[in-house]
Design a protein around this ligand. Structure first.
Ligand code: UDX
Ligand code: UDX
Length: 451
């Protein structure tokens, strides 16, 4: 085995694969990093000035490395690169299965399996295969079984190296991670991958574990984060009927150093491509391995989130009543600083508002409106606005669904909303005083109305 990897290939140029490989290439100029993807449009975008992923700081990192030691190519052209690679990252999507055993819960490993097939066909010599995508525990067994079919006399090691980056802060998370996790069965391949990260990550932040612990730890980390959001959101409903304020409760709870302040922000509900999918995968694994009580526990984190989204939309529908009217939706992304709307609360809430016969106008600074409507299955009834002002004009209710910075400083008094319009702050980012001065009403999550 070569002591240090010289050539890396990554299959999957998505939100995870693209930024992760860009940072590796930036930090390790002597390693050649090639990213392949089946989607030719995505590859073209990675090679253009309009990157397919909006992520603060990403363009600068890509700009430094692309064409030097970072390359984006179609998967068909990747066969030769695969033959030369020392390390192969699998970073393709692992969506929830829609049919067959485990439908609706289990992760669909078909893309991972086809990657393993591709590696098995084209790899030569000794190759370390790294699971970067989030996988169900024991997925490496499936990968190893496929790799064993290699007919070129190649040998393989499989590692689990799950990604903990959060969208919107991906570059910061990659450049200064809390930890890098590498799970494997033998020390040599673990050391080879650790040697890459050690170029910029302090050695004490690189945690090594067994393969199965690493696979499960990623699911567990996401489940814990989501559980905190569901816990505070569960309290938000109680706050609304008791006069407590959830932000105050969160501040007190989070100041206990055993609990900590992060991930205690009440919201309209968590979104993103990972939390729901990964918890469902965990639920399925618990059921499959005969621990239904644990499955029911984690399932409730999702139920609570679905209820929180429904509850928010119901409040608006109830307030507007038979008079109906226009609702301005501010924010379609699942969080700020990303153009990603996968599993965004806005998908469900917009659908629910439209189904209740309301007129919906939305504004988001980054999300592609047509792609959002297509994904939500919204054919008509929803209109795009190009500015906050345009969205708010004539609105009877406003739903703030993403915490974009520009929403914090809206000059409410200068907007032409209908008199007594209600602002539903699904992120608790608005200044109550500014809303009051504009003679508007405020409903915050887990707060007192117009407080
Ligand atoms: C995905 C998973 O959602 C996440 O669980 C995992 O941790 C990492 O991969 P993300 O990068 O956000 O995260 O997914 P996505 O943006 O959909 O990117 C996956 C890419 O893989 C797509 O560009 C897709 O075209 C590509 N792909 C998929 C291949 O190149 N080959 C395949 O066989 C399948
Ligand atoms: C998450 C994990 O944080 C990351 O480690 C993992 O690799 C992928 O999944 P991501 O989905 O990109 O990252 O975003 P994250 O910041 O975790 O937010 C997820 C959702 O929870 C967002 O909709 C966010 O708005 C919401 N959230 C987060 C809250 O509602 N309240 C909080 O306090 C924190």
């Amino acid at each position: 085995m070569k002591p240090f990897p010289k050539k890396i290939i990554c299959i999957g140029a998505g939100y995870v694969g693209g930024p992760t490989m860009a940072v590796i290439a930036d930090r390790c100029p002597e390693i050649e990093v090639t990213v392949v993807d089946l989607n030719a449009d995505r590859i073209a975008a990675w090679n253009s000035a309009q990157l397919p992923v909006y992520e603060p700081g990403l363009a600068a990192v890509v700009g430094r490395a692309r064409g030097r030691n970072l390359f984006f190519i179609g998967q068909g052209d990747g066969a030769k690169k695969m033959a030369e690679a020392d390390l192969v990252f699998i970073s393709v999507n692992t969506p929830t299965k829609t049919e067959g055993e485990g439908a609706g819960k289990a992760s669909d490993l078909r893309y991972v399996e086809s990657c393993a097939q591709f590696i098995s066909e084209h790899a030569r010599g000794h190759t370390i295969v790294v699971e970067k995508s989030t996988m169900p525990v024991r997925a490496a067994d499936t990968i190893k079984r496929i790799l064993a079919q290699n007919s070129h006399g190649g040998s393989f090691e499989v590692l689990s190296n799950p990604e903990f980056l959060a969208e919107g802060t991906a570059i910061r998370d990659l450049e200064a991670p809390d930890r890098v996790l590498i799970g494997g069965e033998r020390p040599e391949p673990i050391e080879a991958l650790a040697s890459v990260y050690r170029r910029w990550v302090p050695a004490e932040r690189i945690i090594t574990t067994g393969l199965w612990s690493a696979e499960l730890a990623k699911l567990a980390a996401n489940a814990f984060l989501a559980q905190r959001v569901s816990s505070i959101n569960a309290l938000s409903a109680l706050c609304e009927v008791t006069g407590a304020h959830v932000d105050e409760v969160a501040r007190v709870v989070g100041s206990d150093s055993r609990i900590g302040p992060k991930f205690l922000k009440a919201s309209v509900g968590f979104g993103g491509s990972c939390f729901k999918k990964d918890i469902l995968s965990l639920v399925y694994l618990c059921e499959f391995h005969g621990v239904p009580e644990a499955a029911a526990y984690w399932q409730q984190v999702i139920e609570l989130n679905e209820w929180q989204k429904r509850r928010f939309a119901d409040q608006i529908i109830r307030q507007l009543g038979a008079a109906k009217g226009k609702v301005a939706v501010l924010g379609l992304a699942f969080k700020k600083d990303t153009n990603d709307f996968r599993e965004s609360a806005a998908l469900d809430i917009c659908r629910q508002l439209l189904a209740a016969g309301l007129e919906v106008v939305s504004y988001d600074p980054r999300v592609d409106f047509a792609a959002f409507c297509q994904s939500a299955g919204i054919a008509r009834g929803m209109q795009p606005a190009h500015t906050v002002r345009e969205a708010l004009s004539g609105a009877s209710a406003v739903a703030v669904l993403t915490e974009w910075e520009e929403f914090r400083s809206i000059d409410w008094a200068s907007m032409s909303l209908v008199p007594n319009a209600v602002i539903y702050d699904g992120r608790n980012i608005l200044d109550p005083e500014m809303i009051r001065r504009a003679n508007l009403l405020l409903h915050s999550i887990g707060g007192r109305d117009s407080d």
